[in-house]
Design a binder for this molecule. Structure first.
Ligand code: AMP
Length: 220
C-alpha cells in the first residue's frame, strides 16, 4: 500500500503515519522530520530550510522535491510507504507523481485529515517534545508527570519554533492557500479520501484503516 496523508499542521498526520508503520508495515516518510534533522545537524540543506521553517513558511518546492526524488531513486527505496507532510503544493504533487511513475510505485490513496483551525491552534500551541527520545506531550491535555521533563528519559521538553502562535497562524494561512491545488490534482485521479481528524488517535486510526480498506469513510 502506498499512501500520502494531507492535512493541516497538527492534524495528526505524523501520529497516524507512525501507527501505519507499526501496524501495517508501511515506511513512514516525513519531509518535516527530514528537514528538522538537517537543521539540527546544520547540513547545507538545513541551512537553506531553517529560515523558512522558523517562520512557518514552506521550504521551496525544488528543495523538498529533491529530497523525495533522492529517496525514491535510491536502490533501497520502500515499496510500501506513507508520506506525511508531502506533497503540500500542486507542483509537489506533480513532481511526486512523476518520480513515483518513473520507479513504478504510484500512490494508491491520498487521505485528507480534516481538523478545524481553532482546534489546530489549541493542539499546536500546547505541544512539547523531548529533544532526546522524541516523545510528544501536550500541555494541558497530555502533560508529563514532572513539569516539562520527559517521563521516559527526564530531558527538558522543548517547544518547536514553528509551534508558537504567530507561526501556527502563518502555517495555517499557507496551508489553506496551497491545499486546493493538491486536492484537485488527486480528486481528478480518483484517489482522494477524506477523514474526520477529530478524536482519539486510536479511534481515528480505526476509521483510517476502514477507509483505506473500503474507500468509504465510516460514520462517526
Ligand atoms: P511538518 O512537521 O510536516 O509540519 O513540517 C514542518 C515544516 O517543514 C513546515 O512548516 C515547512 O516549513 C517544512 N516542510 C515540511 N514539509 C514540507 C513540504 N512538503 N513543502 C514545503 N515545506 C515543508
Amino acid at each position: 500500500m502506498r499512501l500520502a496523508l494531507l492535512g493541516p499542521p497538527g492534524s495528526g498526520k505524523g501520529t497516524q503515519a507512525q501507527l501505519l508503520q507499526e501496524h501495517c508495515g508501511l515506511v513512514h516518510i516525513s519531509t518535516g522530520d527530514i528537514l528538522r534533522e538537517a537543521v539540527r545537524q546544520r547540513t547545507p540543506l538545513g541551512e537553506v530550510a531553517r529560515p523558512y521553517m522558523e517562520q512557518g513558511r514552506y521550504v521551496p518546492d525544488d528543495v523538498v522535491n529533491g529530497i523525495i526524488a533522492d529517496r525514491f531513486r535510491r536502490e533501497d527505496r520502500p515499496q510500501h510507504f506513507v508520506l506525511d507532510g508531502y506533497p503540500r503544493t500542486r507542483p509537489q504533487a506533480e513532481a511526486l507523481d512523476s518520480v513515483l511513475t518513473e520507479v513504478g510505485l504510484p500512490l494508491d490513496r491520498v487521505i485528507l485529515l480534516e481538523v478545524p483551525d481553532e482546534e489546530i491552534v489549541q493542539r499546536l500551541s500546547g505541544r512539547r517534545s523531548c529533544p532526546r527520545c522524541g516523545a510528544i506531550y501536550h500541555i494541558p491535555r497530555h502533560p508529563p508527570q514532572r513539569d516539562e521533563l520527559c517521563d521516559r528519559c527526564g530531558t527538558a521538553l522543548v517547544q518547536r519554533a514553528d509551534d508558537r502562535e504567530d507561526a501556527i497562524r502563518e502555517r495555517l494561512r499557507v496551508y489553506h492557500a496551497t491545499l486546493p491545488g493538491v486536492l484537485e490534482h488527486y480528486r481528478q485521479q480518483g484517489k482522494l479520501l477524506v477523514l474526520n481528524g477529530l478524536g482519539e488517535p486510536q479511534a481515528i486510526f480505526a476509521r483510517l484503516r476502514q477507509l483505506v480498506a473500503n474507500g468509504q469513510p465510516l460514520n462517526d
